[in-house]
Ligand binder design. Structure first.
Ligand SMILES: [Zn+2]
Length: 264
């Protein structure tokens, strides 16, 4: 659709439903995720029932006709904390009718960053999974740097695991360094394996194809700020698993190397 701005119905309305995403202004990951999250049933974060503990709405800078965008709703907060970093949060100056005057002031500190549209936050993902009772093994790592491990590490990972870690650093390219690696060996790594993609989905190019055994995977650099790690285990034999750290760095050249190795 065109000329409808970026807009969505709240929740399922039955049958197919429209989400308006103008070519000019809406075609950004965070904005698309924001609108789809409305369709999934989520209000704006600053409309949460408990929002008054976290911010003050400055109605004196909001035109009366637009004040309903700041209505508090009787939301189901799913037992999850208020999230200033939610993709569903307005920014400080949304609908301000007075240049330079904020419409939302965070408390107690007045300058907590709000209104990001980079993409779903960790808590946005948790809320979707909790609302839809998805028992998924999926993690979003969106700090500048951090680490990930297989479940139970350094004890053995479980059988029948199927997990993904999406690393999305705030900027620059993701660098991933394995510091421990012990995944059940099998011919062509058909039993347990790790795979790494150069982007946020399993449709993105592989940086590392099915890998197992005990050889440490060399340092990896993605071409963007997003990288996906996939881990799968079958129904028998488990090992200690893996541990890796990630960071964001400026890198001039992206090195692609597709690896498939395994020790028998
Ligand atoms: Zn919205």
């Amino acid at each position: 659709m065109s000329s409808q701005g970026c807009a969505s119905y709240l929740g399922r309305i039955g049958g197919g439903q429209m989400v308006a995403l103008d070519m000019g202004g809406c075609m950004h990951r965070g904005i698309i995720q924001h609108e789809l999250n409305h369709a999934l049933g989520f209000y704006h974060e600053h409309s949460r029932s408990d929002r008054d503990n976290y911010l003050t709405i400055m109605y004196q800078y909001i035109s009366p006709g637009q004040a309903n965008n700041f209505n508090k709703q009787n939301t189901n907060n799913l037992g999850l904390e208020y999230d200033y970093t939610s993709v569903m949060h307005y920014n400080s100056f949304a609908f301000s009718n007075t240049s330079g005057q904020p419409t939302i002031v965070t408390i107690p500190a007045p300058n907590i960053p709000i209104g990001q549209r980079d993409g779903l936050s960790v808590l946005d993902v948790s809320k979707i999974n909790r609302l839809y009772q998805c028992n998924v093994c999926a993690y979003l790592l969106n700090e500048k740097n951090g680490s990930l491990t297989s479940a139970n590490y350094p004890s053995a990972y479980p059988n029948n695991a199927s997990c993904v870690w999406l690393i999305r650093t705030p900027s620059n390219q993701v660098a991933l360094n394995f510091v421990a690696f012990d995944v059940q060996s099998s011919p062509n790594c058909t039993s347990d394996y790790i795979r790494i993609y150069d982007g946020p989905t399993k449709r993105d190019p592989l940086l590392v194809d099915r890998t197992c055994g005990t050889l440490l995977i060399p340092p990896i650099i993605a071409s963007t700020n997003q990288l996906l790690v996939e881990f799968s285990s079958d129904s028998s034999v488990t090992e200690a698993g893996f541990k890796a750290s990630y960071s964001s760095g400026k890198v001039l050249h992206t090195k692609y190397f597709i690896l498939t190795w395994y020790s028998l």
